[in-house]
Design a protein around this ligand. Structure first.
Ligand SMILES: Nc1ncnc2c1ncn2[C@@H]1O[C@H](COP(=O)(O)OP(=O)(O)OP(=O)(O)O)[C@@H](O)[C@H]1O
Length: 301
């Protein structure tokens, strides 16, 4: 079932086209990524989905609602954490949660939410005194306080250190597991690859493709490369006999096998059957980055 349907969305700022022609569907229960370089139109797209901007063309439906004409009903099903959302420096964590809860007829228990995002010990801290990761956690909690079916999270981990980023990813997964559909805007490949069930790749206001991370990687051939030093010499023919193996090369003592499918498993099994140990084994795989370059001709970063 689709929770969000966007068709031929178009949005201009004066004569600048920010979103040219964007279409995608988000299914109930998934983490749907909107991935693309700076200025691709990601934020504008989710602002139109959230009813914060009026599109110049196309249609948007969220749980069947038109964000432009049914804004009140929309706010009951959709929670937003936006890049630009800033709270007063002085407001305390509990006050912000309590305030946001008061906007909704049937809010979540904000105390429970505060514990869930790990801010219990920061209950009385001022927003201005929170670390980047704590601010992001608070913004996720604020997006969830109205018990939304859909949460829009925009550039959630920008500016966070690696540990805070991983903690935030875990939080996003917990939110999804609690039954909330998530739209995640990001320009981090690793984040999209790790978290998203499906991704819309956006470039210069257009959707380049929508696919799962594995599907994107499969588009660039799904090719894998295996490097190892065999403990005793192995014949190329042994490896080439495996249907998954496309090519075998050697550089000094190192064997480099390229192929597809379950390459690492079948090669190591074939070696084990001959009592050969693949020493210094490394598996290299195509990434979303490779897919982005193949689809757009440019690097994302
Ligand atoms: N309020 C605005 N007025 C004029 N132009 C804008 C406005 N907001 C965004 N733009 C422009 O529209 C284009 C798309 O911006 P948008 O913020 O949607 O992209 P984005 O993919 O989210 O980028 P970022 O990751 O940098 O936020 C950019 O060229 C941006 O400069």
């Amino acid at each position: 079932m689709n929770v969000i349907e966007v068709q031929n969305l178009h949005k201009r700022y004066r004569d600048h086209v920010a979103v040219d022609d964007v279409s995608f569907d988000v299914r109930a229960g998934e983490i749907f990524g909107i991935l693309g370089p700076n200025g691709a139109g990601k934020t504008t797209t989710v602002e139109c989905v959230s009813g914060l901007r009026i599109p110049d063309g196309g249609t948007v439906r969220v749980a069947g609602l038109d964000p432009v004409t049914e804004g009140d009903a929309l706010r009951r099903v959709l929670g937003v954490q936006l890049q630009s959302a800033a709270l007063p420096e002085q407001i305390k964590v509990w006050e912000a949660l309590d305030l946001y809860a008061s906007f909704y007829p049937d809010p979540a228990d904000w105390r429970e939410l505060m514990e869930r995002v790990g801010l219990g010990p920061k209950r009385d801290s001022a927003f201005g005194k929170l670390s980047g990761g704590q601010r992001q956690r608070l913004s996720v909690a604020l997006a969830l306080v109205g018990r939304p079916r859909v949460a829009v999270l925009d550039e959630l981990t920008t500016g966070l250190d690696p540990q805070a980023r991983r903690d935030t990813w875990q939080l996003v997964e917990q939110v999804r597991d609690s039954g909330v559909t998530i739209v995640l805007v990001t320009h981090f490949m690793e984040e999209a690859e790790r978290l998203c069930d499906r991704i819309a790749l956006i470039d210069t206001g257009r959707v380049v493709a929508v696919d799962s991370p594995a599907g994107f990687i499969g588009r660039v051939g799904g090719e894998q490369r295996l490097r190892f030093r065999p403990s005793v010499p192995v014949d190329d023919a042994v490896l080439l006999a495996l249907p998954e193996v496309a090519d075998v090369r050697r550089t000094g003592e190192q064997v480099v096998v390229t192929g597809t499918g379950n390459l690492a498993a079948v090669v190591t099994l074939a070696l084990a059957e001959r009592q050969i140990v693949p020493e210094d084994l490394r598996v290299e795989q195509a990434s979303l980055d490779d897919a982005f370059v193949a689809l757009t001709g440019r690097k994302l970063a």
